[in-house]
Design a protein. Structure first.
Length: 416
């Protein structure tokens, strides 16, 4: 509760009039002072009365990619029996406020307002609470009260569709990615017989039907396990734009892997590594099976609107984690050494995707110790002025200006 300048002036004047009136026996001044004191007291009683308002809000949608539209629909209903006169309301949306028309809202009536939520920056935009300010008719006292809670709007990194996926290193009977064109595990197709083919591979039933010798073509299949390591150290990203590009690349790789039903794990360098909060470090396939349903549905409509199904209540999906992550200013070298040591010990997959900025190019040597645990290592460097040399033999380095350029390089025919 706060007294306005008008109310403070009236209160001081009332006290002065009462003192002078009683001191020098002027009943007129005493009456004026008493009237002013009564007016201030009435204003306090009016401001103390809490109007019964029912506030509901709905974000449509509550999870979007950066730059996509999102609207907040706010409904305020007068659930009391008295007219809630002299009410001023404003809703908080990030760093700005939105006025809400509730002046003289009649009992049983409601007012609805919708406005755009800013989505030009990746992150979590808190919307609410609604602040309702009640004033007395004379404008002497004003009191602001919050109504409803805060609803977060998750602004995910923009996703660039990726068609290529790593082939992996281990064979799998139920794999979905061809690792070797001429293998001996899974049937792929039939072709005409050529000199040198083994007769045991002839498919006699089809040969009898078409009148020519037909040979079974088998392939080896693999099931790659992808580990995405996002470098969130402030030292690695002198320009925040490179970090935003790295987040877009990480979201694109994760969405592509989930869309292809491939196990994938998302980790951060500087932040505390996830263990059992919905993004387990050693069981990416378990949480991937939970989030792939909703991701596939939204990717079918538009790849940039993918979101995690398990994050609706707790915000624990991979894209929500990317929306909430910030640059860490801790010990850059120590954080990367700890992360690489953990990856080497746990062996979470066979393909490592490391995404960093210009400041992280000097630390690529730390990834050389992971070649034994991860046969395929892909490094994405964003915002570098010059090409980045490979830090170790067999390491694929992709220099990209932004997420779109990374997606083009990723699908440009490289083999992991």
């Amino acid at each position: 509760m706060g007294i306005t300048a008008r109310g403070a002036g009236l209160l001081v004047a009332a006290v002065a009039l009462l003192v002078v009136g009683f001191r020098f026996a002027y009943p007129e001044l005493t009456l004026l002072g008493a009237a002013g004191a009564v007016a201030v007291g009435y204003a306090l009683l009016v401001a103390l009365w809490r109007p019964r308002l029912k506030v509901t809000r709905h974000a449509d949608p509550d999870r979007v990619a950066r730059g996509e539209p999102a609207r907040m629909v706010l409904t305020v209903r007068n659930a009391g029996r008295l007219r809630a006169a002299n009410l001023l309301a404003e809703d908080s949306c990030g760093e700005r406020t939105v006025p809400v028309p509730v002046l003289r809202l009649r009992p049983g009536r409601d007012t609805t307002i919708s406005y755009d939520v800013p989505t030009d920056r990746r992150g979590v935009v808190p919307v609410g609470p609604l602040r309702v300010t009640r004033r007395d008719p004379l404008g002497l006292v004003a009191r602001a009260r919050p109504y409803s809670g805060t609803v977060p709007v998750w602004v995910h990194p923009r996703i660039h569709p990726l068609t290529a996926v790593p082939r992996g290193a281990g064979r799998s009977l139920d794999g979905r990615v061809d690792g070797v064109p001429h293998g001996s595990i899974t049937f792929d197709s039939l072709r005409e017989y050529v000199v040198g083919d083994e007769l045991r591979r002839v498919h006699w039933r089809t040969s009898a039907r078409v009148g020519e010798l037909m040979v079974r073509e088998n392939v080896d299949t693999s099931l790659p396990r992808i580990v995405v390591l996002l470098d969130d150290r402030a030292a690695a990203h002198p320009d925040p734009k490179s970090f935003e590009s790295a987040c877009e690349a990480a979201a694109s790789v994760v969405a592509a892997a989930l869309h292809a039903d491939l196990p994938v794990t998302l980790l951060l360098v500087a932040a505390e590594q996830p263990t059992d909060d919905g993004l387990p470090a050693s069981a990416g396939d378990r949480w991937a099976s939970r989030v792939v349903g909703r991701l596939r549905a939204r990717l079918a409509a538009r790849a940039a609107t993918a979101a995690a199904s398990g994050a609706a209540e707790a915000g624990g999906g991979p894209l929500d984690r990317l929306a909430a992550v910030r640059l860490d200013a801790g010990d850059a070298g120590a954080a990367l050494r700890v992360a690489t040591a953990r990856l080497r010990q746990q062996r979470l997959g066979d393909t490592l995707v490391f995404l960093t900025g210009p400041g992280g190019r000097g630390d690529l040597g730390h990834l050389g110790v992971l070649r034994g645990a991860y046969p395929s290592v892909v490094v994405g460097v964003f915002g570098a002025a010059e090409p980045t040399p490979a830090g170790a033999t067999g390491m694929v380095v992709v220099d990209a200006a932004d997420g779109a350029a990374f997606a083009a390089e990723w699908d440009g025919g490289r083999r992991w």
